[in-house]
Write a protein that binds this ligand. Structure first.
Ligand SMILES: [Zn+2]
Length: 92
């Protein structure tokens, strides 16, 4: 019996169902009850891996950017304080 993999189109929950080819495919997400789609088997796995790599890469890139922006925002705060100090010193 093959194992089918499903992914919820609503919450993204993934689950596997071990069932006969003749059995009705799962239609509902066990978590939120919305519709699920069946992920394709081994044949499409290669294609999925390829696009999955791209998605992961893109995600990590934006994650890096977000982390960097957060860091810069923190140093900006301390930097801004010092700049403000020197400006008021100039006014004196
Ligand atoms: Zn769901």
């Amino acid at each position: 019996m093959p194992t089918y993999e499903y992914e919820c189109t609503h919450c993204g929950h993934r689950f596997e169902k071990f069932q006969s080819i003749l059995a009705q495919p799962a239609k509902r997400c066990p978590r939120c009850g919305k519709r699920v789609r069946r992920l394709l088997g081994t044949g499409a796995g290669v294609i999925f891996k390829g696009s999955g790599f791209y998605v992961t890469d893109y995600r990590s890139e934006s994650y890096k950017k977000a982390a960097k922006a957060e860091k810069e925002g923190q140093s900006d705060k301390t930097g801004g304080k010092e700049a403000g100090r020197s400006i008021s010193d100039d006014k004196k």
